[in-house]
Design a protein around this ligand. Structure first.
Ligand SMILES: Nc1ncnc2c1ncn2[C@@H]1O[C@H](COP(=O)(O)O)[C@@H](OP(=O)(O)O)[C@H]1O
Ligand SMILES: [Mg+2]
Ligand SMILES: [Mg+2]
Ligand SMILES: [Mg+2]
Length: 332
C-alpha cells in the first residue's frame, strides 16, 4: 500500500461529507444564519458543521492526531448559542453515521484548537475557505491537510461550485483535489471516484500568462497585481476567485499565476488558508513562495509568521514573476 493511503482515504471521506453539508446550507442559505465573529468575517452554520464533521471523522481513525482548525465553538455555547447550536447539530448529523449530541458537537469543533508547531503529525482544516464567496453563491472550498514535522504531506480540497472543466460547455460543478507528497496531484469530480492526474500548464513567457487573485480587495491588493501584470506584459484580465480554488485552478492549468499581495504588512496568513492548496500546486509541478521568494513555513504555529503574501507560478517563469512582484510590492 502506498504511503499515507489510509490517511488519504479518510481525508477524502471527511472532505466529501463536509462539502455535502456546505451544499445543503448553500441551497437554503438565509442571512440570519450568519453571525459576525470578532474579526468581522462572516461565519455560517456550515462553517461550524463542516469543521465538526471533519474533526469527528479524523478522530475516529486518528484519535491522537491534533488538529489546527479555523473555527471554535464559543458562539454555539450556553443559552445565547442554543438556536445556532441546534441548527449546526441537526445539519452535522445528516452526514455522520453515528449522530452526535450537544456536548460531542462542541468538543468536536474545539478539537481544532491545537496551537501548531514543528513536531509530529497535525491536521489543519478550513471548513469553508472563501466564506464570502460561499455567501455570494460563488467559489468556496473545504480544505484539509496533514502536516508532519512542519511539512505538508497530504491535502484534500473540496470545491463544490467549481466547474469540473472550465473549457467544457457542460456546466457540471463540484470537484475534489487530492495530493500526497511525492505522489502527484489528482482531480476527481463529486459525481465519480475516478481520479485524473493534473499538471500546471506549460508556459515559457509570463506575457502569455493569466493570473488569479482574490475577489475581495481587502485580502489582496488588486492595484499592485495590475501593476505587476503590466510589468510582465500580461494582457489577459485577472481571474478573480474566492478561496483555495485559486490554487486548484492554477494546478490544473486553467491559470498560470496566483498573486496574494499583502494589503497590510501586519496580517499573518493562516496555515489552514494555504497548506491544502500549497501541496496541490507543488505536486502539480508549481512553485509557491511568499513575496520575498521565501518558501512557506508551516512549522511556526497557526499562522505563517515568517512569510508575507503568496506567489504561485510555474518554475519557467519564477524569476520574472518574483522580480516584478518585488519591484512593485517592495519597491526594489
Ligand atoms: N487582510 C487579509 N489579508 C489576507 N487574507 C485575509 C485577510 N483577512 C482575512 N483573510 C483570509 O482570506 C480568506 C479568504 O481568501 P480569499 O480572498 O482568497 O477567498 C479568509 O478565509 P475564510 O473565508 O476561511 O475566513 C481569511 O482567512
Ligand atoms: Mg473565516
Ligand atoms: Mg480560509
Ligand atoms: Mg474558513
Amino acid at each position: 500500500m502506498s504511503v499515507l493511503a489510509v490517511e488519504r482515504a479518510v481525508a477524502i471521506n471527511a472532505v466529501l461529507r463536509a462539502s455535502k453539508v456546505c451544499q445543503k446550507v448553500f441551497q437554503s442559505l438565509v442571512t440570519s444564519d450568519t453571525v459576525i465573529k470578532k474579526d468581522r468575517s462572516p461565519v455560517t452554520v456550515a462553517d461550524f458543521s463542516a469543521q465538526a464533521v471533519v474533526n469527528t471523522i479524523l478522530y475516529e481513525s486518528f484519535p491522537n492526531d491534533p488538529i489546527v482548525g479555523e473555527e471554535e465553538s464559543g458562539s454555539l455555547r450556553g443559552d445565547s448559542g442554543k438556536e445556532l447550536r441546534d441548527k449546526v447539530l441537526s445539519l452535522t448529523n445528516t452526514v455522520l453515521d453515528t449522530p452526535l449530541g450537544d456536548k460531542e458537537l462542541l468538543d468536536a469543533i474545539d478539537r481544532g484548537s491545537y496551537p501548531g508547531g514543528s513536531h509530529g503529525r497535525m491536521w489543519t482544516i478550513d471548513p469553508i475557505d472563501g466564506t464570502m464567496g460561499f455567501l455570494r453563491g460563488e467559489q468556496f472550498c473545504v480544505g484539509l491537510a496533514l502536516i508532519i514535522d512542519g511539512d505538508v504531506h497530504l491535502s484534500v480540497l473540496g470545491c463544490p461550485n467549481l466547474p469540473v472543466d472550465f473549457k467544457s460547455s457542460e456546466i457540471e460543478r463540484g470537484c475534489l483535489f487530492v495530493a500526497v507528497k511525492g505522489q502527484g496531484a489528482f482531480q476527481r469530480n463529486f459525481s465519480s471516484t475516478e481520479e485524473t492526474q493534473i499538471h500546471m500548464a506549460d508556459i515559457s513567457s509570463p506575457s502569455a500568462a493569466s493570473f488569479c487573485e482574490s475577489v475581495v480587495p481587502a485580502h489582496s491588493s488588486h492595484k499592485e497585481a495590475a501593476e505587476i501584470a503590466s510589468l510582465l506584459g500580461i494582457t489577459k484580465p485577472p481571474l478573480r476567485l474566492d478561496s483555495m480554488c485559486k490554487y486548484s485552478t492554477v494546478a490544473r492549468g486553467d491559470a498560470d499565476i496566483y498573486l496574494r499581495l499583502p494589503v497590510s504588512m501586519d496580517y499573518e496568513e493562516n496555515i489552514w488558508d494555504h497548506a491544502p492548496g500549497y501541496l496541490v500546486v507543488k505536486e502539480a509541478g508549481g512553485i509557491v513562495t511568499d513575496i520575498y521568494n521565501k518558501p512557506l513555513d508551516f512549522s511556526l504555529g497557526r499562522t505563517l509568521k515568517a512569510n508575507k503574501g503568496i506567489v504561485v507560478m510555474h518554475s519557467k517563469i519564477h524569476g520574472q514573476v518574483i522580480d516584478a512582484v518585488q519591484k512593485v510590492v517592495l519597491k526594489q
